[in-house]
Design a protein around this ligand. Structure first.
Ligand code: NAI
Length: 212
């Protein structure tokens, strides 16, 4: 299967399919039609069929989709059937909140450690995850096969830190700092900005037809 041919729009929708299928599995549902999935997810059945046809279509006429098969195939496409080692740079409010969330591990994202420049934080643990001094970053990344770094430091330091991380072998940055990172093309960056999401919400609520 060649993921390169799958459009970004489809990839963006896959985690949502994955979440719904996981819930169906927990409810003991073994198979589901695109119409039933459509009702649950509020996505048209044709969109679902179109999306899932990208992967050769896991459905069968008159049978629907095998929930656990589809769930596992989507996991493979998303690469979450494998373990990814992750570190957090910046053990402040946001870094600690991420470390406190146990569910990432269920998806195969193992938080191996946190790093900070504040000596008062060094040696502390958050849900068993230790905060290390930034001086240990390079050796830690190499010894722990770290692929992903979450950046939760002030934006003024983000670019410099991201470049360092890449030079130490990190392949993907989960960027929470409010700045766009200019990194080599073979480094993957996923920006997460809660305030941008809130602004979109603000736009929607401001432009709502209140019927008055
Ligand atoms: P905070 O001040 O509580 O934590 C920042 C931590 O980074 C501190 O512990 C500090 O010692 C450490 N730090 C500073 N420079 C560093 C460096 N060069 N290397 C390693 N550690 C360093 O701040 P908070 O609230 O946790 O926010 C962190 C960042 O995340 C900020 O840039 C903030 O704007 C951003 N943020 C982004 C959100 C989003 O939705 N994307 C939401 C909330 C915060």
């Amino acid at each position: 299967m060649d993921n390169k041919q799958i459009s970004k729009a489809v990839i963006k929708r896959l985690p949502r399919y994955y979440r719904y299928l996981g819930e169906l599995m927990q409810e003991g549902v073994e198979r589901i039609s695109s119409n039933e999935l459509s009702e649950k997810m509020k996505v048209t059945a044709s969109q679902i069929r179109q999306d899932l046809n990208n992967f050769g279509g896991f459905g069968q006429q008159g049978y629907g989709y095998n929930v656990s098969y589809l769930y596992n195939e989507i996991a493979k496409i998303l690469g979450i059937d494998k373990q990814h080692n992750l570190i957090i740079i910046g053990a402040g409010n946001l870094g600690q909140a991420i470390a406190n969330y146990a569910n990432f591990e269920r998806r195969g994202f193992m938080i191996k450690g946190m790093f900070d420049v504040n000596p008062r934080l060094i040696g502390m643990t958050v849900r068993g995850i230790e905060i290390y001094p930034i001086e240990q970053l390079e050796s830690f990344i190499k010894e722990n096969d770290v692929q992903i770094a979450a950046l939760t430091i002030p934006k003024a330091k983000a670019e410099e830190m991201a470049e360092k991380l890449v030079s130490y072998g990190v392949k993907a940055i989960w960027n929470f700092a409010h700045t766009d990172l200019n990194l080599p093309k073979d480094v993957v960056v996923e920006n997460v900005h809660l305030s941008e999401s809130l602004m979109r919400l603000s736009y929607k609520v401001s432009n709502m037809d209140t019927g008055k």
